[in-house]
Design a protein around this ligand. Structure first.
Ligand SMILES: [Zn+2]
Length: 345
């Protein structure tokens, strides 16, 4: 049923670093076991995470210009009509949910995660994460209760500028949409096709297969299975958590939220050990009201880095943009052995 397919191509060259000795360099092309889409392992060792001191940006001048800082948030950010949120915004702990003034979709909210302007990974604590994600899930539940609510709910996160985050003040994008984006749409479509063909949930099969093999299974934190995907989406790889027994937003209870946050804490400890300071995240539910068992809640974490600190070139290039072809300079199986130390501690 589930296949991990790959092919290897070779380049022959005379290497100037080794007195023009003949050398064969291998590139691995991997096929995602669900979608069949390719991702390559290549360009090895050429990109490393570069660490910046973001805390230096936490100064009075920057805070005074930031719409999400406590002194500005009331007057600089919009509110929802009272028909959706009676108080216009939704608050939990330090988190405030409010509409994006430049929305991406019909329901395109922001979860401002903290009152602090800069929250480095060592300060991204479990209570902060629990309030931010808990409030985001509550907002999405309110949206899905509306008449003619969109079918799809997801949360995306650009953490720190290398990930494309335009504002350093930490915030999640909390979206409910009838157009779930190409990757999520394709994942849903292929998960349904797998279910029709084999009568089984692909995500449960993936968790079982990876746990049995062990090489990309980093550990289980409560109900969450943490993996390094076979065909990663980022230049510094990809990390995924799957909750095989949870499908829709309404099945995610407080225990599952705790498990998600506990796993994220461990992932962020690993990130800090490898100097990863920025990432993109996507978290996807089965469509609202779905009763068939073909899709499980999962989230992807994709580290990001500038290529250098002088020009700050981004780590996305024509390969990802013009060919829609991800590549990773690291092996998921090696990253998994590193992550295991954190997930199984
Ligand atoms: Zn701020």
């Amino acid at each position: 049923m589930l296949k991990f397919e790959k092919k290897t191509v070779s380049t022959d060259l005379l290497d100037p670093r080794e007195n023009f000795q003949h050398r064969t360099i291998k590139t691995e092309i991997r096929f995602d076991p669900l979608t069949g889409e390719t991702s390559r392992l290549a360009h090895f060792g050429m990109i490393k995470p570069l660490k910046e001191d973001y805390s230096a940006w936490d100064n009075p001048e920057n805070r005074s210009r930031c719409p999400f800082c406590p002194e500005n948030i009331e007057k600089a950010t919009p509110r929802y009509p009272s028909s959706l949120l009676p108080d216009g915004r939704l608050r939990r702990g330090q988190t405030t949910i409010l509409p994006n003034l430049s929305p991406y979709d019909q329901f395109s909210a922001l979860a401002i995660m903290s009152t602090a302007h800069v929250v480095t990974l060592d300060k991204m604590t479990a209570p902060l994460l629990k309030d931010a994600f808990g409030a985001s899930f509550e907002f999405l539940r309110r949206v899905t209760a509306l008449e003619d609510a969109p079918l799809y709910q997801f949360i995306i996160w650009n953490y720190m500028p290398p990930s494309g985050g335009g504002l350093i003040h930490p915030h999640l994008q909390v979206i409910s949409s009838s157009s779930p984006g190409n990757l999520y749409r394709k994942t849903l479509k292929k998960s349904k096709a797998y279910f029709r063909r084999f009568g089984r949930n692909y995500w449960q099969d993936l968790c079982a297969a990876e746990k049995k093999r062990g090489v990309r299974f980093a550990g289980q934190v409560g109900g969450g299975f943490w993996l390094t995907p076979f065909a990663p989406l980022g230049v510094l790889g990809e990390f995924m958590v799957i909750f095989p027994e949870i499908r829709t937003l309404f099945e995610l209870d407080d225990k599952a939220l705790q498990d998600l946050i506990a796993g994220m804490e461990r992932l962020f400890a690993y990130f800090q050990s490898t100097e990863i300071t920025s990432f993109n995240m996507g978290l996807y539910f089965a469509p609202a009201g779905e009763t068939r068992d073909y899709f499980s809640l999962h989230a992807r974490f994709i580290p990001r880095t500038p290529l250098n600190l002088e020009h700050k070139a981004p780590d996305t290039n024509a390969l990802q943009v013009a060919l829609q072809e991800p590549y990773s300079v690291l092996h998921p199986e090696i990253q998994c052995t590193e992550l295991k130390g954190f997930m199984q501690a």
